[in-house]
Write a protein that binds this ligand. Structure first.
Ligand SMILES: [Zn+2]
Length: 166
């Protein structure tokens, strides 16, 4: 019995959008939905901002949005960047926890900016699990919110605690 605790901050900045494009993993054209998750990658003096899109099977596609310069002296820009950098910390891989003997993974939501469904958030942040897998686990009670069984479309709020039982 090993319990691991994580802290997440959720942000939503833009309206939901879908893009129809070829999915390499599906091998055909698929409808990609904006997960509202943004990722920053630093490359030399540039910071690339990506929107993470997913097809129905859960394959990801990073759409490039903006390029920032890291030497900006505008304080507000720096603050925004630091705050948004936390988004990338949410991304987790479940396999190392399973292999390491973790039986329960607890995710505490420190802040929630916007409206988020538990199934969408977990499908976005957990790399191995598709939305279908997440939905099944929620229905089986293997994923709970505040110690209770919930529906896949349950909304998340700051202070909520997500429990994942392996
Ligand atoms: Zn796909």
């Amino acid at each position: 019995m090993q319990n691991v605790q994580l802290f997440w901050n959720l942000y939503k900045t833009e309206l939901e959008t879908t893009v129809e494009k070829h999915c390499k993993n599906c091998g055909h054209t698929a409808l990609f939905t904006d997960t509202h998750i943004r990722r920053h990658n630093a490359n030399g003096k540039n910071i690339y901002r990506f929107a993470i899109y997913k097809c129905a099977k859960g394959h990801t596609w990073n759409k490039k949005l903006h390029i920032y310069k890291t030497h900006s002296e505008h304080v507000e820009t720096v603050d925004t960047f630091q705050e948004e950098r936390q988004e990338t910390l949410n991304n987790i891989s479940i396999t190392p926890y399973q292999n390491g003997g973790t039986t329960e993974l607890t995710i505490l939501l420190e802040s929630v900016h916007g409206v988020f469904r538990i199934d969408k958030v977990l499908a976005t942040y957990i790399s191995e699990w598709s939305r279908t897998v997440i939905t099944e686990k929620i229905k089986d009670g293997a994923i709970q919110l505040n110690g209770q069984q919930i529906k896949p479309n349950a909304k998340l709020a700051a202070g909520d605690c997500i429990s994942i039982y392996m």
